[in-house]
Design a protein around this ligand. Structure first.
Ligand code: CP
Ligand code: NVA
Length: 303
């Protein structure tokens, strides 16, 4: 049976809770982590740059006793040197898990379809589910139970927003999304999150969206691969910057989240990013803890 993790809702609510619990347990007691990937290879394939995802994944594999093999897309030539399927089959003959960051989500689907070993999405154009796990762990550390808490996502309705919506739906976290016209999360993703039981509100005005929120989240206005749209987007997103005024509308206890990398002066001011409400470094650290728990889970060995 396949244990792919291409989106957060590949986990049931109970599995998601178990992964978050295992991540928290490993964070609290690293000495108790089971080396469930001992003598196993994990292929980490990247078509795009990465700091957090690459290093947190590598260190997660090391903590589980395994050996991470980092590959840039250029090294293997996905669909240029050989097909994604042929690369996947080859990697599966050496490794017990493939994790990949790709431009087109369809490439991940093809990799997953070609092999029996688990495949993990390390970011695609459609989702960033490992990030959402870290975000949920961070919010759980801050709030305890997520049920009934409200997160306001202000910015691009992109891959990060999609995975957050699915993660929120599975944990009872309420999510308010506010994006400039034309940059909203796809209807299909909103419906999918709602069908999972999610309370997802779409609020055009960011000032309204953040009122009473327990936390505000944003991401870059221009994602990797969309750089040619940067100027147009900078203009379209101008009213969606998270600054001290917007944080103030949420209330004095609201936290600020960002998956990073951040562009100070664009989607967030330096004041907010560096301010007391910001938990971005906690989120970044948690990438490693959730990656470790997730890799153990998809390998069938969460304990
Ligand atoms: N948040 C995140 O995925 O960061 P990287 O792109 O540096 O991996
Ligand atoms: N939405 C961003 C997230 C980076 C971690 C991107 O896809 O580039």
């Amino acid at each position: 049976m396949s244990h792919d993790f291409l989106e957060v809702d590949d986990l049931s609510p109970a599995e998601l809770a178990a992964v978050l619990d295992a991540a928290a347990a490993g964070k609290a007691s690293p000495e108790a982590i089971d080396p469930v990937l001992a003598d196993r290879g994990v292929a980490l394939l990247f078509e795009k740059p990465s700091a957090r995802t690459r290093v947190s994944s590598e260190m997660a594999v090391v903590a589980l006793g395994g050996h991470p093999v980092y590959l840039r897309a250029d090294d293997v030539g996905i669909d240029t040197r050989e097909t994604a399927e042929d690369i996947a089959r080859t990697l599966a003959s050496y490794c017990s898990l493939i994790a990949a960051r790709v431009f087109r989500h369809g490439v991940l689907d093809r990799i997953a379809g070609a092999v029996d070993i688990p495949v993990v999405n390390l970011l695609s154009d459609r989702g960033h589910p490992c990030q959402a796990l870290a975000d949920l762990l961070t919010l759980q550390e801050l709030f305890g139970a997520l049920e009934g808490r409200r997160l306001a996502y202000v910015g691009d309705g992109n891959n990060v927003a999609a995975s957050l919506a699915f993660g929120a739906a599975l944990t009872g976290l309420e999510l308010t999304l506010s994006s400039p016209p034309g940059y909203e999360l796809d209807d299909e993703d909103v419906d999918r999150a709602r069908n999972l039981g999610g309370i997802i509100d779409l609020v055009a005005d960011p000032n309204e969206a953040v009122k009473g929120a327990d936390a505000i989240y944003t991401d870059v206005w221009t994602s990797m691969g969309d750089e040619h749209e940067a100027d147009v987007r900078r203009e379209a997103f101008a009213g969606w910057q998270v600054d001290a005024r917007l944080m103030g509308l949420a209330g004095p206890d609201a936290y600020f989240l960002h998956c990073l990398p951040a562009h100070r002066g664009e989607e967030v001011t330096a004041e907010v990013l560096e301010g007391p409400a910001s938990v971005v470094w906690q989120q970044a650290e948690n990438r490693m803890h959730v990656a470790r728990a997730l890799f153990a889970h998809v390998h069938g060995n969460i304990r």
